[in-house]
Design a binder for this molecule. Structure first.
Ligand SMILES: *[C@@H]1O[C@H](CO)[C@@H](O)[C@H](O)[C@H]1NC(C)=O
Ligand SMILES: *[C@@H]1O[C@H](CO)[C@@H](O)[C@H](O)[C@H]1NC(C)=O
Length: 195
């Protein structure tokens, strides 16, 4: 025999849990729209770029901690070109071959912030190159595809048609400081254009 107070208690519990179920059924589902993962503050990625058929391999070293971003660009059967960007808005484009070319460009803004995808518009899920991705549009800029399982970027496609495919993504990898030194001819007044 269940004692009276305990019996009442069980009845109350049953009523409460039944109430819960009803509530769960009646309330609309509060499912949050996915947001893109914030970029790690430091990572290394190997990228395959396709600019309307012109292919490049880009060695990307993103280093927000030190305010710098490096794109080491191998154009298909072409020049190895270095695009070194500082957070103060200065970028150096140079080669390290005998041509000793360097171009310095000053931008109003520095490198991409880790949260640069904030506010991107969620478009849903797509299958891309064997990965199920969440897709966002960064309005007036690009579409961004992120692997649903690992949250790593798979690709982004600029409005210009330029495609960036992420081949490796190593969180925390940092390029040694010596490699971030633009060559001395970047600091001379005479400037040659990088072809
Ligand atoms: C590169 O993009 C062009 C379209 O712009 C496409 O025709 C071509 O197949 C792509 N190449 C590769 C290797 O993905
Ligand atoms: C920005 O920082 C880089 C690296 O320290 C430096 O070479 C460059 O001169 C700086 N640019 C400006 C405008 O201060």
């Amino acid at each position: 025999m269940v004692s009276k107070p305990l019996h009442s208690f069980i009845v109350i519990l049953l009523v409460l849990s039944a109430g819960d179920k009803t509530a769960a059924v009646n309330e609309p589902e509060l499912e949050m729209e996915p947001v893109p993962a914030v970029w790690p503050e430091q990572f290394h990625a190997l990228m395959l770029m396709n600019k309307s058929g012109a292919l490049e391999i880009v060695d990307l070293w993103y280093d927000w901690v030190n305010g710098r971003n490096f794109n080491i660009i191998q154009k298909q059967l072409g020049k190895l070109t270095y695009d070194l960007e500082w957070n103060n808005g200065t970028s150096f484009y140079y080669t390290l071959d005998a041509s000793r070319t360097c171009r310095t460009v000053h931008f109003e803004v520095g490198i991409l912030r880790p949260n640069w995808l904030d506010g991107a518009k969620y478009l849903g899920q797509r299958h891309v190159n064997g990965f199920l991705c969440n897709v966002w549009e960064k309005v007036e800029f690009l579409w961004y595809y992120e692997d649903i399982v690992t949250k790593r970027p798979v690709q982004w496609i600029f409005y210009t048609g330029r495609e960036a495919h992420v081949m490796t993504f190593d969180v925390g990898a940092v390029l040694e400081d010596e490699k971030w030194q633009a060559p001395v001819y970047c600091f001379h007044n005479e400037k040659k254009e990088v072809q």
